[in-house]
Write a protein that binds this ligand. Sequence first.
Ligand code: PHE
Length: 342
Amino acid sequence: MKDTLEALRQSALGELTETRDTRELEGLRVDYLGKKGKITTILKQMGSLGAEERPVIGALANSVRADIENALEARRSELEAAALTQRLLHEKLDVTAPGKKIEPGRRHPMSIVLDEARDIFISMGFTIAEGPEVELSLYDFDKLNIPPNHIVREWSDTFYITQDEAVHLRCQTSPVQVRYMETHRPPIRIISPGRVYRRDEVDASHSPMFHQIEGLVVDRGITLGDLKGTLNALVGRIYGADTKTRFRPHHFPFTEPSCEVDVQCVSCGGAGCRVCKGEGWLELLGAGMVHPKVLAGVGIDPDVYSGFAFGIGADRMTMLRYDIDDLRLLFENDLRFLRQFA
Ligand code: PHE
């Protein structure tokens, strides 16, 4: 047993000098001094020794263990120091190297125009209302006087959420009119910008998701003249004071009379070009006087109150503002495009 212990001392000290890192060192420690280690195993056999031999071997075993422990500690310090030196060599910090430039974000052109429109309406006394994008057909269709067989109710036009056609992704911001009128009494003056969804294929002028700014004014004695004045003020401030508008008769189930509003082509000034397809005019929004049925439906007496409403194509408005000829550019997040807008 004495010889075995001596041999273990020699082999342990020898192997120690060959360890290359603290993990190997730990392996070695377990190998000799661990619960099932070589030294421990010997100590467990001490019981079989005679009374004279036992203290002698015991003392020897303790000295072997102490030697190995001390050598382990010394080697650990050595290895740690070497590792630190290595790290310091590799992690040289060049304080003269130029820093990494962090580019500040900038506003999306849509956000710029939307913020501008918000400011303009707020300056005219409007407040901002919000409505859900996942909407009840009750609000997006029924309460807007859209008949049961109307084309927008087709599955090919609308993203239904429920099989019974009760819930869908709103196809216009107009349901916010109804929601607001159900909880507020006149005078009402709101806009409601937001996303709308229609099952259109993506191309230069269509996207299944786009943006509208709904507007609603209800009070005593509101006329079509107020609608024209308000929209002309908006167009003048966004596109320049002498930009002309054109109010064309149209049909919407929830306004009567209804119109669509065009602005004189910002590209050619009305002469006719590629952007306006030779028309000289570009369609910007739909509008009209709130239908008496819609007012009555929310408990506002149409004999006492009248109102106008409009729905601006916000993407359209942005494209016209910056002469952008492809709607997809607004949604693709190509930095080369977005960097152009301050
Ligand atoms: N909601 C209509 C559309 O999406 C626009 C509109 C809004 C028309 C308000 C009249 C009044 O085409």
